[in-house]
Every structure is written in structure tokens, then in C-alpha cells.
Design a binder for this molecule. Structure first.
Ligand SMILES: [Zn+2]
Ligand SMILES: [Zn+2]
Length: 140
């Protein structure tokens, strides 16, 4: 799980400058369960950090993803969503409100290595589900 400490250490090792805005981005991603988009994080922080640009959110997040500290979900073609939970799990996106929820995996991702001679080992997997959440679905 991403912590501000781990994030700062990793960013330093990657040669990134540790700025107040980068620490604010780390804080807002730490323990986050709602898969915020880059835009969402930018909106939440820009009042307190007027110098923050959305480019900094994108670049900080891609560094963190390169260090396997967060996932960048490509569940939507228009936006990227961030997830500090690195345990293998799937994601459900409501096609109406665009909220993203965790879905537990019910299968062993390493089994893919047994199923194909091309695969030596499996480290991670992404599974995306699409549909309607309980709040958006018409009453039954
Ligand atoms: Zn919904
Ligand atoms: Zn997740």
C-alpha cells in the first residue's frame, strides 16, 4: 500500500524533486479507495496549492506507477484512474455515473503461466467489468 513515506523515497530515488505539491498528491492517494481520476485529484488540491498543474498530477502518478506504488487504470478511454491498492483485484465501472468499484478476483492469475508455454511468470492482472451500479440501475 502506498504511503507518503514510501512515495517520497521512491520519487527521490527516481530523481524527482520533492515539492509540497508532490507530497500533497501522495497524501491524497494514500489509503484512497475510490479510484480518483487525475482531474479529481487536481480539483481537490488546486485551492490549497494554486501552483499545482494537472501535468504534475499526471507526471507524479506515472512515476509512482513505474515504481509499482500505484496502479493506473485504463478502464475508461477518456480518463485515467488511480489506485494505491496493488493487491490483484478487478474493477467495475458504472457506465452511467463512472464510479469505479473494486471487484475481488475469483481466479488464480498465476494459472495463466500454466496455460501458455510463452509465459514464464505472472505478476499482475487487470480485469475490467462494465455495467450499472445499484444507484444508477432502474428499480426492479
Ligand atoms: Zn452508477
Ligand atoms: Zn481498486
Amino acid at each position: 500500500m502506498l504511503t507518503v513515506d514510501k512515495g517520497v523515497k521512491y520519487l527521490q530515488s527516481a530523481g524527482a524533486k520533492i515539492t509540497a505539491t508532490r507530497i500533497a498528491i501522495l497524501k491524497s492517494l494514500e489509503n484512497r479507495r475510490d479510484h480518483p481520476s487525475a482531474e479529481r485529484i487536481f480539483m481537490e488540491l488546486k485551492l490549497s496549492y494554486p501552483s499545482l498543474s494537472i501535468a504534475t498530477v499526471y507526471s507524479t502518478a506515472s512515476l509512482l506507477a513505474r515504481g509499482s506504488l500505484i496502479r493506473i487504470l485504463s478502464i475508461d478511454e477518456k480518463k485515467v484512474y488511480y489506485d494505491p491498492n496493488m493487491e490483484p483485484h478487478g474493477h467495475f465501472m458504472c457506465r452511467q455515473c463512472k464510479l469505479v468499484f473494486d471487484v475481488p478476483f475469483h481466479f488464480d492469475i498465476t494459472a495463466a503461466a500454466d496455460a501458455s508455454e510463452e509465459i514464464a511468470s505472472v505478476e499482475d492482472a487487470e480485469v475490467f467489468y462494465y455495467g450499472l451500479c445499484v444507484r444508477c440501475a432502474p428499480p426492479r
